[in-house]
Design a protein around this ligand. Structure first.
Ligand code: F6R
Length: 611
């Protein structure tokens, strides 16, 4: 949610910041802005994307070796030129970019208004810029002290970078609740919401912790906390290849990420699943495994697509390990006063590791003594740091706003976990364990096979591109896949789509079915097969259009359905990993054919770091 880039060094800041903002555009893209210092502060900002900002700056001075930039996902105030960041304080002393929400902004704004401040924008960020300035001017303190005092008055979340026209050889970064990282180069420093704008220049990264303030000059970097205690920066070396954050020859990140899945899933189980030894080893949770094996209950908390992965996890863990599992939307769980005991294990699933509700849910559960595990993709993210232990998905950077490869990697982690727990609890016997492991490692090859049929799947997508509604049905392991398929379609093509457990269709949704309603049915050969075949007949009897995802060689459903997409045969527990792929491809192509921006769907942002 909002991307921040800052630079101080000896190169021209403009190019570094613009390129960085392009890399961060997945976090928000309703407006963009940049502030540079070159004898004076030059501020350019506009509604729209980073390319609109580039157009705006054409022909204007863009020199200077210090600067900050922002790409926005609106919270306070509609997306327009005025609400775009950076924000400048009334007397022009400070410019600031900010991600997060200042919850007491109305109170602070009142106080400032009473002291003569006026505001151009509707944002909480402009209030913060003026708060810093008022402290600076009225208390006659240094820039650094003014920032520190202002932040101590703020309630809410921030990742921010600020600099002052009075001390332009210094930038200050701070975080509380919203991520901010510092990249350390030779005589230059980079600040950003995540490492993607930085890895091109340096692999030395400091992930700021909550309430830390980084005061950065070209030749030094000082880290303190908000009380001005000196902190030791924890310098991590990151290994993100530039190819991972480029489109790599694909038209869109989403397409690239769909196609990466054979590899990303392999990366998820590499070194963890040993088919030659018939073992699964999850190093990140090995210390806490005894507690997990004896857990009375597992509660999975997540949002969006990660929540759907969690639902697959529920089916897997309950079937193979016989441990009761509950899956909760983090946003509900954190506020509903849930009963949590020290016998519970909480698993937070999050691609970004920054989702505000998921983070708050684990903080709350931690206070109540539960063991907290994480399944995250982004190394060093807030959730990964605040959990007691966890398993990284290693899916590589996911840039497309609609989650694809993160989902399959999350499901893969949950599958490994369920099999491992099942074996440790002696519910899975050695022979079955061996068979499951052998099958697991075939999944990437099966996904390759499905991807090789993209053209046929695209032709099916073309038939339904003008639909206004769609229904997705699945049972058992494939019910969460139905939810995920519907989410993918609605978020990038803006077609209204709903997923249901197939048997629930008769309890209401069937009323929607007519000749204009495409119904995507997950109908692979599993224990529900006959029942799902009946559901297909019920849809056909009401003239609905059925697009069925079936196991290869299925002739029964081929005779009934309007369109059929085959997936290879595998045990039903592994079917979510295969059946979601055609649904991702359909959504991608439908969105493209409708002229939608698949990588940057309207109103969305990749990482939801505000409530
Ligand atoms: C959907 C999507 C979102 C995220 C959700 C959670 O395609 O991307 O629904 O899954 O915002 O995000 P993470 O996994 O980063 O916590």
């Amino acid at each position: 949610m909002c991307g921040i880039v800052g630079y101080i060094g000896n190169r021209t800041a403009y190019q570094i910041i613009i390129k960085g903002l392009q890399r961060l555009e997945y976090r928000g893209y309703d407006s963009a802005g940049i502030a540079l210092y070159d004898d004076e502060v030059r501020l350019y900002k506009c509604k729209g994307k980073v390319r609109d900002l580039e157009r705006l700056t054409t022909g204007h001075p863009i020199g200077g070796t210090v600067g900050i930039g922002h790409t926005r996902w609106a919270t306070h105030g509609v997306p327009n030129d005025i609400n775009a960041h950076p924000h400048r304080s009334k007397n022009g002393k400070f410019v600031i970019v900010h991600n997060g929400i200042i919850e007491n902004f109305a109170h602070l704004k009142n106080e400032l208004t009473n002291r003569g401040y006026t505001f151009e924008s509707e944002t909480d960020t402009e209030v913060l810029a003026n708060l810093i300035e008022s402290i600076y001017l009225e208390n006659k303190v240094s820039v650094e002290v003014a920032v520190r005092i202002a932040l101590s008055k703020v309630i809410g979340a921030y990742g921010l970078v600020v600099f002052s026209a009075d001390e332009p050889d210094m930038v200050i970064g701070a975080r509380k609740g919203s991520p901010l990282v510092v990249g350390i180069g030779e005589g230059e420093y980079f600040l950003a919401s995540d490492v993607t704008p930085i890895v091109e220049y340096t692999d030395k990264i400091v992930y700021l912790k909550d309430e830390e303030i980084a005061v950065i000059r070209r030749d030094n970097f000082k880290l303190t906390n908000i009380r001005n205690d000196s902190m030791t920066p924890d310098i991590t070396s990151v290994d993100v290849k530039i190819d991972n954050i480029d489109k790599g020859g694909y038209d869109h990140f989403m397409q690239k990420e769909i196609h990466e899945q054979p590899m990303s899933i392999t990366d998820t189980f590499r070194g963890r699943v040993m088919p030659d030894k018939n073992t699964i080893h999850l190093g990140g949770i090995s210390d806490v495994l005894p507690k997990l094996v004896t857990a009375k209950r597992i509660i999975i908390v997540a949002c969006g697509t990660s929540y759907h992965a969690g639902l697959v996890g529920e089916y897997l863990i309950e079937e193979f390990a016989r441990i009761p599992v509950e899956v909760e939307y983090a946003s509900e769980f954190r506020y509903r006063n849930p009963i949590i005991s020290s016998d519970d294990v909480i698993i937070a699933i999050s691609q970004s590791g920054e989702t505000a509700d998921t983070l708050a849910a684990i903080r709350m559960a931690k206070e109540q003594g539960a063991l907290i595990l994480g399944i995250c993709n982004v190394a060093g993210s807030s959730i990964s740091r605040e959990t007691n232990a966890g398993v990284y998905t290693h899916a590589g950077p996911e840039i497309g706003v609609a989650s694809t490869k993160a989902f399959t990697s999350q499901v893969m982690v949950l599958t490994m976990m369920a099999f491992l727990l099942g074996r440790k609890r002696n519910i899975i016997l050695p022979e079955q364990y061996r068979a499951l492991i052998q099958e697991l490692v075939h999944v990437p090859g099966y996904i390759e096979q499905i991807l090789s049929h993209e053209e046929e799947i695209r032709n099916i997508a073309a038939k339904y591109k003008d639909a206004t509604n769609a229904i997705y049905l699945g049972r058992g392991y494939l019910y969460p896949v139905a939810l995920e398929g519907a989410l993918k379609l609605k978020e990038i093509s803006y077609i209204h789509a709903e997923g249901y457990p197939a048997a629930e269709m008769k309890h209401g949704p069937i009323a929607l079915i007519d000749q204009n309603m495409p119904v995507f049915v997950l109908a692979t050969r599993d224990k529900y097969y006959e029942k799902v075949v009946n559901n297909i007949q019920e849809v056909k009897a009401r003239s609905g259009k059925v697009i069925a995802i079936v196991t290869e060689g299925d002739t029964t459903i081929r005779r009934m359905a309007d369109d059929v997409i085959e997936v290879p045969t595998t045990p039903e527990a592994l079917m979510p990993l295969l059946t979601v792929i055609p649904l991702q491809i359909i959504s991608y192509h439908v969105a493209l054919m409708r002229g939608c921006n698949v990588d940057q769907p309207r109103n969305l942002a990749k990482s939801v770091t505000v409530e």
